[in-house]
Design a binder for this molecule. Structure first.
Ligand code: 9UX
Length: 68
């Protein structure tokens, strides 16, 4: 398992937090997701054999937010 922090831009309310959380949870190999509105970041634990970090950033961007 891999732990990563993704910086998220464009979240303004808890609805955004929910959107980002579900986008990440929908990816293969994602085991745990914690998104902080105040910090503007997502902490993700995932199986790097099933999904790449870049793919997780892509899922966040596909949901309409900036990811870095
Ligand atoms: Mo809140 Mo976010 O009204 O995509 S859900 S701003």
């Amino acid at each position: 398992m891999e732990d990563a922090v993704i910086k998220i831009g464009g979240m303004s309310c808890q609805g955004c937090v929910r959107s980002v959380t579900s986008a990440l949870q929908a990816q293969p190999g994602v085991e745990q997701v914690a998104v902080s509105l105040a910090e503007g970041e997502a902490h993700v634990r995932f199986d790097a054999g099933k999904v790449a970090l870049e793919q997780l950033r892509g899922a966040v961007e596909a949901a309409g937010f900036d990811a870095s």
